[in-house]
Design a protein around this ligand. Structure first.
Ligand SMILES: N[C@@H](CCC(=O)N[C@@H](CS)C(=O)NCC(=O)O)C(=O)O
Length: 186
């Protein structure tokens, strides 16, 4: 089994944590944008190859890995909805990060302002949810901690406005699986 990804992507980090939780054997192949454009129709990482199986999204990859060891993946609609909230947040923030990095001034573009507003309303909602201060974490929680780590690394969110998220992240980040998958801090 081969997982293609980068060490900075929060989507990939979620998959790497699930690999640690499941104990499955998987080769990690570091893949840049040229590699993902050549090998995946989404032109994104992560993607996974296991024999005839080719999966192109972190959600399907995580479901596939958990199924192999009999673990649940978003058992309730509520948990799935929390995961979807985090995925929407992550998509919008990563999208704006790349656009700003290409030199676009997002302040004059209405759709990009909606993306920025979506990020803040979603963070506000997540900040009000009951969040655990220790394992076990659901996939929504793991993804949220991966997002916060990435957003801090890239300086994309000021978390002083979201104290519950900051508190949740401080604890989650001490967990061995989060320690083992820290993105490079450069
Ligand atoms: N829905 C996808 C999103 C993956 C994603 O956005 N990956 C980013 C890295 S953090 C990427 O490869 N972006 C490249 C691009 O948008 O050109 C998933 O969950 O796997």
């Amino acid at each position: 089994m081969k997982l293609y990804g980068s060490y900075t992507s929060p989507f990939v980090r979620h998959v790497r944590i699930v690999l640690l939780e499941t104990g499955l054997d998987c080769e990690f192949i570091e893949t840049d944008q040229t590699g993902s454009a050549a090998q995946s129709p989404t032109q994104r990482v992560p993607f996974l190859q296991d024999g005839d199986i080719f999966l192109t999204d972190s959600a399907s990859i995580i479901k596939y890995l958990r199924e192999q060891v009999g673990q649940d993946y978003c058992k309730t609609a509520k948990e799935l909805d929390e995961l979807c909230l985090v995925s929407t947040l992550m998509d919008a923030t990563v999208n704006l990060f790349f656009i700003k990095r290409d030199g676009v001034d997002i302040s004059g573009i209405p759709y990009l302002q909606r993306q920025a507003a979506r990020i803040h309303t979603t963070l506000k909602e997540l900040n009000q949810l009951p969040l655990p201060d220790s394992a076990p974490y659901t996939d929504a929680h793991i993804r949220l901690a991966c997002f916060i780590g990435w957003a801090k690394l890239r300086s994309q969110v000021d978390f002083s406005a979201y104290p519950a998220l900051e508190k949740f992240y401080t604890k989650a980040n001490q967990h061995p699986h989060f320690q083992a998958t820290q993105p490079p801090q450069s």
